[in-house]
Design a protein around this ligand. Sequence first.
Ligand code: XMP
Length: 311
Amino acid sequence: MKLNTKKFIRGKINEIKREVGSDVAICATSGGVDSMVCTFLAHRALGKNLIALFIDDGLMRENEPQMVSKILKKKGIKTVIIRAAKDFFKALKGKEDPEEMRKAFRDIFYKTLGKTVRKYRTNYLIQGTIAADVVETKGKIKSQHNVLSQIGISPKKYGLSIIEPLVKLYKPDVRKVGKALGLPKIIYQRMPFPGPGLATRVVGEVTPGRVKILRKATSIIEKETKKLKPFQAFAVLLNDRATGVKKGKRAFGNIIVIRSVESKNAMTAQPTKIPYTILEKIQKKIVREIPEVTKVLYDVTPKPPSTIEYI
Ligand code: XMP
């Protein structure tokens, strides 16, 4: 059914106002489309009583904390940045199983939110969970970081009362709401970026060193595929190595996968037909600029049978 954007926004503003009253609420803002739309919506409802909480978990893309806080501040949204990379890497240490990693991320994520919410003497957490997140988590495909009550985990465990204004929407409608709320185009049109960030693209242990390699490769791939406007394009770091030759010497280095897909709502996806010249350019840049990488691959698998992310 076609979404009546104006009516939706009006309805959600009223709902949030009614629920939070004159209290303060915290919005978990990662900079992704969903959380940014949610933050702008909640700001319309609560004004100064809304705090956007940006957790710098060490798993973000290049310059993300600076870019996101600049946009929020420009809009006059109270923004708090928590530097929590150490806690997140500690929680993920030694974990290689994808679902174990996802659950560890979810736990430290809500613990961090719970702590902050208590600091501001409230228990209201507003978050941008959307329909696809719930479907995949309930379908046991993967545990999305922002789904709790729908799978029987009480938010009370973390001292939270959760509000999810976008939970019935899929991505195209979320973008429409973002546009109607006056978000900058670069935000409501940007590629989806998962809450657990680069951790969903590291196969094997998530360490600061491995994330650094991935972050650099991600930035190269995003830049070089920008004009193709893919639904999502990013780098993946495999938990394997390959022999190469660097500066005339043998090197047993890391393997980066280029993943780029076309999709409407992320429930199914097709690989992007990236022109070979662009693939070559990406490959050259990655092996030149990231000394630890000796091999670059291109993933041509649709969803299903694959998923978009790697864990
Ligand atoms: P998959 O990998 O399941 O991804 O095909 C479908 C879409 O969801 C995003 N994704 C997530 N988003 N929290 C999020 O907020 C998560 O834990 C998460 N896992 C995957 C993914 O980027 C894609 O757009």
